[in-house]
Design a protein around this ligand. Structure first.
Ligand code: UDP
Length: 237
């Protein structure tokens, strides 16, 4: 077991610590919640524990399906060890059903199924509100190479297929989600988290929202929704 060292940084939902192994980081999930690029702030009781558990399950499951990622192991209710990567400053958004930003921007009613999967890239910058960019911007700004973007897209689409199927078996629709990638010794590696903070999950039958939109839109029962996702993941698994 590695030893926890100095804090590297504190993010909106997680604290990141160095360890005595230069390849391993120690992550602590917090109950803090933010939305709208940090403009809305709050606390979701128990979120740290729930997202640590949920993200651990997703990343282990993806690994079992041949999708390598940064997850190493869950070490406590709110902590996990991950591989240390150099983060690529791009957020990758995948959409199966129109919602949130896309529904608004293109004037499509939320809940409209999309004929094919949409992949979007955003430049990771709270200050700028994570503006959408394309692969030309990514190359021009030297955020990643064309080859890396191709690999990221390939992994992203695989994650979508595996996650969609896995969630469908648990009566959850995968509406959209966000992924982040890093470079581990120069190799593209799926990283960050996959949780109700970073995905839109709707109940398959009722379309009830089981994700952070309950916090963003002040719908209440935020913690219950996260707990319901964990329940569905653990009951069937
Ligand atoms: N998302 C995220 N972090 C961000 C922006 C988006 O995790 O900084 C996720 C969000 O939870 C949703 C998907 O990406 O599942 C698409 O979000 P959208 O672009 O619709 O943005 P939002 O509705 O948050 O403005």
């Amino acid at each position: 077991m590695v030893k926890k060292m100095d804090m590297l940084y504190e993010g909106k939902a997680k604290k990141v610590f160095l360890t005595d192994d230069p390849d391993i980081l120690w992550i602590e999930y917090k109950d803090d919640a933010t939305a709208f690029d940090g403009k809305k702030k709050g606390t979701i009781m128990g979120k740290g524990e729930l997202n640590n558990a949920i993200s651990s399950i997703f990343f282990s499951m993806l690994k079992d399906h041949g999708i390598e990622n940064h997850f190493v192991e869950k070490i406590s209710d709110t902590e996990q060890l991950v591989k240390r990567t150099d983060i690529i400053m791009v957020e990758v958004i995948v959409r199966n059903i129109a919602a949130g930003g896309m529904a608004k921007r293109l004037g499509i009613p939320e809940g409209t199924p999309l004929k094919s999967t949409v992949v979007e890239f955003c430049y990771k910058s709270d200050e700028l509100g994570d503006p959408m960019i394309n692969d030309y911007h990514i190359a021009a700004l030297d955020l990643a190479t064309k080859e890396q973007v191709a690999e990221i897209t390939d992994i992203t689409l695989k994650v979508n297929e595996v996650l969609k199927q896995y969630l469908a078996e648990r009566k959850v629709k995968l509406v959209d989600f966000k992924l982040e990638f890093g470079l581990f010794h120069g190799k593209v590696l799926l990283s960050d988290e996959i949780s109700p903070d970073t995905c839109r999950f709707w109940d398959s039958e009722t379309n009830e929202k089981l994700d952070k939109d309950r916090f963003r839109r002040d719908m209440g029962h935020v913690e219950d929704a996260y707990r319901e996702i964990l329940k569905r993941l653990t009951e069937k698994a």
